[in-house]
Design a protein. Sequence first.
Length: 365
Amino acid sequence: MNVQTNNRFEPIDALRGIAALLVIWQHSSETFIRKIGVAQHGTFLADIAKDYDFGRIGIICFFLISGFVIPSSLKDKDDSGVEHFVIRRFFRLYPAYWASIVLVVLVALFFNTPINNANVIANTTMIQGFFYEPHLIGLYWTLQVELIFYTLCALLFYLKLLRNDKLIFILIALSFGIFVLIQYMQFKTNTPLSISKETQLLPYILSIMLLGYLYRKIFDNKSKNTEPNKSLLLYSVLGTLLCLGLPVFLLVSNILGFEIVAHSFRFGAGHSLGFLLFFIGLFTIKKVPKILLFMGTISYSLYLFHPIVMKVLSQLNMKFSFLLGHHVFFYMAIITVFSILIAYIIYRFIEKPAIKFSYQLTRNN
């Protein structure tokens, strides 16, 4: 989720913006469609977001973008590559993240909602799951995944293995295999595992992010009018058959009337369309509208802060009668507008200065 300045990466910024808006669409519609008097005005906007899992589409697109961007930010010619990477990633993620935690606490205090101090402290690490503490905001789990992926990339880079296409594919296949094995064990025993859903999904997400890195190498070769080597193409195709093949298979089988696993249509549609959105954005968009570039620039804060806006509006909805019983679009529009406003403020006064400071710290003498 970082800001790109090179024109050839403008589609990536556009994709970030679109992905963030899809997440907002699903979260806001599924929350307010359940409010009294809302559903009677029509449920289409909520139904389509739920049926096709717009939030998952956006998140899968975000993860592919991270795979596309992050490993390549580790420069082979930089002797301080890992150190610079850690500093820049830290200042890219944590300042805005901490600001969101502060706002969560302030909102809780304002509405007299109980606060668990230990939980808040654990969440400041961004790896609260390792401490068996719940996320203050549900979507924080994706940032924990990002940190794990960053750590993996830094480790591979340090060991001089990050540019090894064969190893990357092996890791994709291994991670995917672990995910499938976990799901098979649950299906075979008909007993849910004690590990959380996000932990179960982690190997699959990592395989998708690593696949995004292979796509980046193909993209770079294409930009240089250089043909990628055959092994890179082979590994990319095989990785795609694994990571995209599963959701496509579940989607098609569901359409044909075979419900292999629970919620197979949503899983298949969400992941498949996430890949499709990424491919369309990356390889077909030539000229990106400025509004999408803007959305992409503030997408991280847009992603972080929209649940807080939703929380405030939900609380106000219970206190003021004039906010009751409108069409779900009314609430979606309010949440989107105020989320954009707050995201811009956070980007302008927290994200951007933090990014600038990180580059000053890592400027080579």
